[in-house]
Ligand binder design. Sequence first.
Ligand code: NDP
Ligand code: CA
Length: 317
Amino acid sequence: NRPAQLQRAFVQTGHGDGRQTIRVMQWNVLAQALGEGMDSFVQCPMDALNWAERKYLILQEILTYRPDIICLQEVDHYFDMFQPILASLGYQSSFCPKPWSPCLDVENNNGPDGCALFFNHKRFQSLNTTHLRLSAMMLKTNQIAIIAALRCQATGRAFCITVTHLKARSGWEVLRSAQGSDLLRNLRNVAHRIKTEEKAETDIPLIVCGDFNAEPSEDVYRNFATSSLGLDSAYKRLSTDGKTEPPYTTWKIRPSGESCHTLDYVWYSHRAFDVKAVLDFPTAEQIGPNRLPSYNYPSDHLSLVCDFSFKDPTLVS
Ligand code: NDP
Ligand code: CA
């Protein structure tokens, strides 16, 4: 007798035909070990966090929208759940564990958490996959990213998709900013390498999905918004002025109180892609007074889902 799934609708943000859109999901799914062991979601009943049931809510969320590309953080059940099930549904995938995952400090953990990337293997050919350990001030950190170069079979066009999860918590803004700069530097290098290999005339388009653990006011956000890579944030398209990020992507109640923040983003090369549609967020009423996670929703972060299409290459400067 579980409550129904949160109802969310796609908001159309672009015109033109809907053919060959690429649907991308960004989602911090909440590591099972962290949810049960460390996170202290004080208003969430423990049995709403029971893996045997929660895993179906996670799969339901993914399969409701059937993304072509799925970018996940805090995956600590890759080998025993995500990989086998999504492989049977036609997804090829890659998993990059965190070097010192906090999950390992939890009793009865299921291994380290990390980022995972899945793509529809009928629609895309994999050209290259890079696992990155992000550096800050020349030092290796505990945060990672996956950069995959894919070729869209229908259009023949190559692009890079990235998933990352930056350092959490306040007080770490400078580290996050350095990690973001390291990721941007690596993206430039990988994109350049693929461009050369592909003998492409224009730059390789990018999509970067992440739990940046940073509000739009932080340096790391500003560095992404103003980088020479020409990235824009897809979810700004939900706002009436087209320039404002949503009011929240995560909403939970910890012992310290309510925590409602915009931390998750889908960046894309605005010269190469149009955003056709974005999945709206549930309202505060839908989320409910106890916030997330809950019996209706398995993570403290909401999923972000966007439909992209390649711009006409003859019109791209
Ligand atoms: P982060 O600070 O980036 O956070 C790790 C996880 O904790 C994230 O998934 C984050 O979720 C979640 N989190 C954020 N805020 C809170 C909170 N207030 N309460 C509970 N959980 C929260 O961690 P690091 O990757 O830097 O790793 C730090 C931890 O890893 C250490 O505390 C230690 O346990 C372990 N570690 C162990 C080492 C070893 O030698 N064994 C070495 C290094 C680390 P979200 O992103 O959703 O906010
Ligand atoms: Ca978390």
